[in-house]
Design a protein around this ligand. Structure first.
Ligand code: F6R
Length: 237
């Protein structure tokens, strides 16, 4: 695992993505939430000003809330369009179906789609303050596939800020790529900023590889890069 501590995580991540795109990558794995937004903003700038093109490429999302239609303001399918993909030129953007009547079947189909498109060349990841990646909460199986999960109260409280601060509005269930699915990507690139992530980062980077900190699975992956600002790195030894 490579750990990069920098005042400009978005530049490091945008450089990683720009390089694989220019080398002919076909599939990018995208995370939502606030952490990757500056990276998306920088990639949009490079698309507009420097000719960076995602033509011929597919994007796949990590996760989605169950019960939010794709146009709901807080649906991740909508979030990624608003913050990134509507402003660049991917051939297609895929996200898990949070509205499927057969949720289990739809999750399995999404996993198969990723296998067909993959391997994902670079999978961008954020990290929850409890160490989750995607929505694989602590105790998730390290070999899990795309499936329905129940959010912890901690994650729902963390994410209430996106729902006007109202915990009741935060869905209880999500569909998320599993840790096994995520680890099939060729390169995992995780970004964390701010003091609120420092403890989870210390556990992920320096703690034991354990389901109690799902992000610690990056220790096992052959190519993982963790990009941190100084605050997120502040509890590393
Ligand atoms: C979102 C996702 C989550 C977030 C994590 C951190 O697609 O997979 O794991 O990356 O909850 O969220 P932020 O960046 O909002 O702190």
């Amino acid at each position: 695992m490579e750990v990069v501590i920098t005042d400009h995580p978005e530049q490091v991540l945008a450089d990683i993505i720009t390089e694989v795109v220019r080398e002919g990558a076909t599939t990018l794995g995208l995370a939502t939430g606030s952490s990757p937004v500056p990276t998306y903003t920088e990639l949009i700038r490079r698309h507009r000003e420097e000719g960076l093109s995602f033509r011929g490429m597919q994007a796949v999302l990590l996760d989605e809330y169950v019960g939010l239609p794709p146009n709901h303001p807080e649906a991740y399918a909508r979030f990624i369009r608003d913050n990134f993909t509507d402003h660049v030129d991917f051939d297609a953007v895929h996200s898990p179906d949070g509205m499927a009547a057969d949720a289990k079947g739809a999750a399995a189909e999404y996993d198969e789609l990723i296998a067909r498109l993959g391997p994902v060349d670079v999978q961008l990841l954020g990290i929850g303050s409890n160490g989750h990646i995607g929505f694989n909460e602590p105790s998730s199986s390290l070999t899990s596939r795309t499936r329905i999960k129940t959010l912890t109260e901690k994650t729902r409280r963390d994410n209430a800020r996106f729902f006007g601060g109202d915990l009741e509005q935060v869905p209880l269930h999500v569909v998320t790529q599993g840790l096994g699915t995520i680890c099939e990507a060729t390169h995992l690139a995780l970004v964390a900023t701010g003091e609120t992530k420092a403890e989870a980062i210390a556990a992920a980077v320096e703690g034991p590889l354990s389901a109690s900190c799902p992000a610690s699975i990056l220790q096992w992956h052959p190519r993982a890069t963790v990009v941190l600002d100084p605050a997120a790195a502040s509890r590393l030894r």
